[in-house]
Design a protein around this ligand. Structure first.
Ligand code: NAP
Length: 254
């Protein structure tokens, strides 16, 4: 990438899970635009490779590593491949997640519950479990875990998602307690409803309803969320750790 002298993340190595689409893709792109080498990871190979091409077209550097975040061994391999290519890991954004089954608790299938918890909560734990030792080696690092407004409040028929995202907020706080004095800052970000393929399954009436529950009068876009994630990942946020940052068009103020 040309002229990275004044780039915030010059020569940093950043890893993003679920980077083949939506918020993860925009975050990966913005890391690259700010000078980082980016490890683009996703279960969706086509989406991940497309993100790598977008980064390269913008003059950046990226590597694709396929990983299912719900599998510990894939998270281990992701960090190993990162170190193999770039030697260090400076930044990790644990972003991969799914919406999952929509049902009240009594009707939610056991498989549906387990799938969301496995990807949206266990995936963040497995991610940090392997990322932290790599960061400890250099005594510095930043992790941003993607939660949701539903890490703070409930939402009809979304118990597994809500429980997982509340879990991500708690897990983030605990990891920050354990690692902040060792040079690693760990924060969570809580977007409200953002226009990404995650919402593709919703009908027009539901989309209109969602717009109406955001005081700002619209849904967010993934680039807006990426801006916050990237800020938290840089030294500009050097005193920020263990925090939950909502980015929600006023949703949680109601
Ligand atoms: P998205 O556009 O659907 O992108 C998520 C990416 O993760 C997709 O490429 C998806 O692949 C991939 N993925 C799914 N399961 C995976 C797994 N087991 N391992 C690795 N990758 C996997 O979603 P998004 O809206 O950007 O969401 C990103 C994060 O933001 C999620 O954690 C989500 O919960 C959170 N969030 C989103 C919103 C919103 O309104 N969009 C609001 C609050 C929080 P496939 O395409 O193959 O599924």
């Amino acid at each position: 990438m040309k002229d990275v002298m004044d780039k915030l993340l010059k020569e940093k190595v950043a890893l993003v899970t679920g980077a083949g689409s939506g918020i993860g893709r925009e975050t990966a792109l913005l890391y690259a635009v700010n000078g980082a080498h980016v490890v683009v990871s996703d279960l969706n190979e086509a989406g991940g490779l497309e993100t790598v091409e977008l980064i390269k077209a913008a003059g950046g550097d990226a590597l694709f590593v396929k990983a299912d975040v719900s599998l510990p061994e894939d998270n281990e391999n992701l960090v190993a491949k990162t170190l193999e290519k770039y030697k260090v890991l400076d930044i990790a954004c644990n972003n991969a997640g799914i919406g999952g089954e929509s049902n009240p608790v009594g009707d939610m299938s056991i498989e549906g519950w387990k799938k969301v918890i496995d990807i949206n909560l266990n995936g963040v734990f497995y991610g940090m479990h392997y990322q932290l030792p790599a960061m400890l080696k250099q005594g510095k690092g930043a992790i941003v875990n993607i939660a949701s407004i539903l890490g703070q409040v409930g939402f009809m028929n979304a118990s597994a998602y809500v429980a997982a995202k509340h879990g991500v907020v708690g897990l983030t706080k605990n990891a920050a307690l354990e690692y902040s004095a060792k040079g690693i800052r760990i924060n969570s970000v809580g977007p409200a409803f953002i226009k990404t393929p995650l919402l593709d399954q919703l009908d027009e009436a539901t989309m209109n309803m969602l717009v109406s529950v955001h005081p700002i009068g619209r849904l967010g876009n993934p680039k807006e969320v990426a801006e916050l994630i990237v800020w938290l990942s840089t030294d500009k946020a050097s005193f920020v750790t263990g925090s939950y940052y909502a980015i929600d068009g006023g949703y949680l103020s109601q």
